[in-house]
Design a protein around this ligand. Structure first.
Ligand SMILES: NC(=O)c1ccc[n+]([C@@H]2O[C@H](COP(=O)([O-])OP(=O)(O)OC[C@H]3O[C@@H](n4cnc5c(N)ncnc54)[C@H](O)[C@@H]3O)[C@@H](O)[C@H]2O)c1
Length: 249
């Protein structure tokens, strides 16, 4: 028996480094998993289905309204319900770093489109199903940069900061339908790409923590599964920082 038997969980950015860990976590608790990403969903779907879990891949651009609505329809056709949405997709790794006066307007707009409009459009798309069910869980993935105020990253930091207010306001709008909305903030979780492009950052961040080690994708899974479970049904509008005590909030 899993904590999420019979539930259906959409993970946007589900083919990515941390999104894959959420997918494995949901599957392990008995949920059917929707790996929703721009592409490359086959690897995760194959991994989950070969292990005996229910999973489908959906190609979606979270910044595009029609695409998010099509995603919700595909999920409902496949599973008949939508219980959990993890807004995890983001324009993140390839963001240009540097002084804010050098960020191009195009890159600013792309960041907001994917990281802010995306979660809004995905929440809109799943809301009718969650309302009908009288239950739902929306989990927005922000970042510790919101609390740290990391320089050289203003567009990304601003977009992730937006999710804090977004979470709180949305939680108040949907509480009467049995839907909770929460925010989970990872700290720096390096993969090969981030190690190559941000050399030395891993050591700097690890030293700032009460628990001085590298954060791995699996560190995030417990908080997300908890918020998705019945155990968290009186928790809404909140932020959980999963950061080994780098910043305390
Ligand atoms: N890794 C970290 O250090 C870290 C730290 C704090 C917060 N985060 C946040 O955690 C989340 C996952 O990060 P990650 O490290 O796994 O990154 P990642 O780049 O591996 O995964 C992001 C996924 O989102 C997908 N994606 C991007 N744009 C999309 C779009 N328009 N529509 C649909 N999918 C899209 C990508 O294809 C990718 O698979 C992100 O929200 C990121 O901002 C990561």
């Amino acid at each position: 028996m899993g904590r999420l038997d019979g539930r259906v969980a959409i993970v946007t950015g589900g083919a990515g480094t941390i999104g894959s860990a959420y997918g494995r976590g949901f599957a392990g608790e008995g949920a059917s998993v929707v790996v929703a990403d721009l592409g490359n969903t086959d690897r995760m779907v194959d991994e989950l289905t070969e292990a005996g879990h229910q999973a489908i891949g959906v190609e979606v651009d979270v910044a595009d309204q029609a695409s998010t609505e099509a995603m919700a329809r595909t999920v409902l056709d496949a599973f008949g319900r939508i219980d959990i949405l993890v807004n995890n997709a983001a324009f993140f790794k390839t963001v240009t770093r540097g002084p804010f006066e050098e960020i191009t307007v195009d890159e600013w707009d792309t960041t907001m489109a994917v990281n802010v409009r995306g979660p809004w459009l995905c929440a809109r798309a799943v809301l009718p199903a969650m309302k009908k069910q009288g239950s739902g869980r929306i989990i927005n993935i922000s970042s510790n940069v919101v609390w740290k105020g990391v320089p050289g990253f203003l567009h990304y930091t601003t977009s992730k900061s937006a999710l804090v207010g977004f979470t709180r306001a949305m939680a108040r709008e949907v509480g009467d339908y049995g839907i909770t909305v929460n925010n989970v903030a990872p700290d720096f979780i390096p993969d090969d790409f981030l190690r190559e492009h941000q050399p030395g950052n891993e050591e700097v961040v690890n030293a700032q923590r009460a628990i001085k080690r590298t954060s791995v994708p699996e560190d995030m899974v417990g908080a997300v599964l908890f918020l998705a479970s019945d155990e968290a049904d009186f928790i809404t509008g909140q932020a959980i920082l999963v950061n080994g005590g780098a910043f305390m909030y």
